[in-house]
Design a binder for this molecule. Structure first.
Ligand code: PLP
Length: 490
């Protein structure tokens, strides 16, 4: 019989703050490589974590999305998956878990985060609208553009202060700027989409205070039924930050904190490949039954019936179990411990990181690690590529060279790149996958890469034969643009 959700949460004096509350049953191998092979692989595959064949990656922190290990409880639940087309048993189970998790009555499963966003944006957002956020994830801004609307980011001001290394809620929304924006544009705002935590800004946490204040602003200026929506891909990891750093929450469980965060919202969408602890899956949840009805045909048009949304019965089972495991306090404590271990391993070796470390990733401050390269020369692109050559460690460069292109006509002109506040490499930690020696080695790869100093070359975009992206798709260029070093990597 499976260990129950309740049994997983009983009080203990075991040292779960020092060691994971689980053990390994299945392991996964990759193909060992030599430095010379890695140099060739890098060159052949476009100098980017996104393009590297995963079989040649020793430690893979390109993303934490769908890359975690599922538990024995999830795998055994999958065997119970009901593959009936309509209203399968697995949907009923999943629906109840998702209702409990979110506190919202109406649920629509989807195969990943962006397909959960789709029916919400299709129903709510109209041409000419404006959609504020703390920082839209790539796909929600793409949905806004696709709907003919404008996504607008109001980044919490402390995020821009490189000397502030302790504020835990730098991922929030600038509520003063948001209020001013509502004064001017309230009738054009269909929803505010808050990403908790803020993935594209250092993975920083969002406070309960910010969520409540956003609710207040919406209620004060509401002219057209504006909704508060949370992007909850990593909500339980944000709850862990609130539990440990916001007054009044230390005695609450993360499940209670998640429920409270969502109690201020009207709807949410989740890429469950993160805190749902599954390799594929997602859902949206809403309070308004009429909205739920309006979303349903959109799901049927592209993803299948409303009780599966592109998922198998077995996927729904794994997700139902994973949602509960992913909000377990012992698990979250261990996850934070692992992130901090890696952050310290980097700092010990002189690798500059963005502080505080988030609850799921360490963001390397490549601008500081490679100061001779400016924002048009891809310091993060270069350091990330070199770290793979040093020791098979893959990560995601998020620098101005890769992210700051806005001119669809001139993809090769780097002088027009928007300068990001930081030139970052995101090292996103897969869940329940790596151990301390991996983190030490990953930090070592970054340190060895950094030690090449001014021998690290600038990167430049390279021409390809793709047709130009449509204007509404321009934000997705990061998935297609390619770069190369101006001189060979060391
Ligand atoms: C904050 C956030 N929202 C939405 C998404 C989109 O989710 P998916 O990749 O499952 O479509 C992601 C993916 O990384 C994300 O980080």
């Amino acid at each position: 019989m499976r260990i129950s959700d309740q049994e997983m949460m009983v009080k203990t004096d075991l040292p779960f703050h020092k060691a994971p509350p689980y053990r390994t049953k299945v392991v996964e191998y990759t193909i060992p490589t030599t430095r010379q092979q890695r140099q060739e692989i890098m060159k052949k595959h476009g100098y980017s974590g996104r393009l590297l064949p995963a079989k040649y990656v020793f430690i893979n922190m390109v993303t934490d999305s769908g890359t975690g290990a599922m538990s024995d409880r999830q795998w055994s639940a999958m065997m119970e998956g009901d593959e009936s087309y309509f209203y399968c048993r697995s949907y009923e189970y999943f629906e109840e878990v998702a209702q409990n998790y979110t506190g919202m009555p109406y649920i629509l499963p989807s195969h990943q985060g962006r397909s959960a966003e789709a029916p919400l944006y299709e129903c709510l957002v109209q041409p000419g609208d404006k959609v504020p956020s703390n920082t839209h994830f790539t796909t929600t801004s793409a949905w806004s553009f696709q709907r003919g609307a404008e996504p607008v980011d109001f980044v919490e001001v402390s995020y821009f202060d490189p000397n502030d290394t302790t504020s835990q809620f730098k991922g929030g929304i600038d509520t003063e700027a948001l209020e001013r924006y509502f004064e001017l544009h309230a009738e054009k705002i269909p929803l505010v989409d808050l990403v908790v935590p803020n993935n594209l800004n250092g993975g920083m946490g969002v406070s309960m205070k910010d969520i409540k204040e956003t609710r207040r602003i919406i209620d004060k200026y509401n002219k057209r039924g504006t909704l508060l929506c949370l992007d909850i891909a990593r909500i339980s990891e944000n709850a862990w930050i609130i539990k440990n750093h916001e007054e009044g929450y230390k005695d609450k469980s993360c499940a209670e904190i998640v429920r409270e965060m969502l109690s201020y919202a009207d709807c949410c969408h989740m890429s469950s490949k993160k805190c749902g602890l599954v390799n594929m899956g997602g859902f949206s949840a809403v309070r308004d039954k009429q909205l739920w009805y309006r979303m349903q045909p959109k799901v049927i048009r592209t993803d299948g019936y409303i009780t599966y949304g592109g998922m198998n019965g077995r996927d729904l089972e794994a997700l139902a179990v994973g949602l509960v495991e992913g909000v377990n306090d012992y698990y979250l404590q261990d996850r934070q411990r692992q992130v901090e271990y890696f952050a310290n391993a980097c700092k010990k070796r002189g690798v500059h990181i963005l502080e505080p470390a988030s609850s799921y990733a360490v963001y390397i401050n490549a601008g500081k690690c490679v100061p001779h390269l400016d924002h048009t020369q891809g310091p993060a692109t270069c350091l990330s590529a070199q770290a793979y050559i040093e020791g098979g460690f893959a990560s995601t460069a998020m620098d101005s060279l890769q992210r700051g292109r806005i001119d669809p006509e001139n993809p090769l002109d780097t002088s027009k790149r928007i300068k990001a506040p930081y030139e970052l490499i995101r090292c996103a930690i897969p869940r329940r996958a790596y151990f301390e020696p991996h983190y030490d080695w990953a930090a070592e790869c970054l340190a060895r890469a950094m030690a090449h100093g001014t021998k690290l070359p600038a990167f430049k975009p390279i021409a390809d034969d793709r047709p130009p992206l449509e204007i509404s798709e321009i934000g997705l260029h990061t998935f297609f643009d390619d770069y190369e070093p101006v001189t060979p990597l060391p």
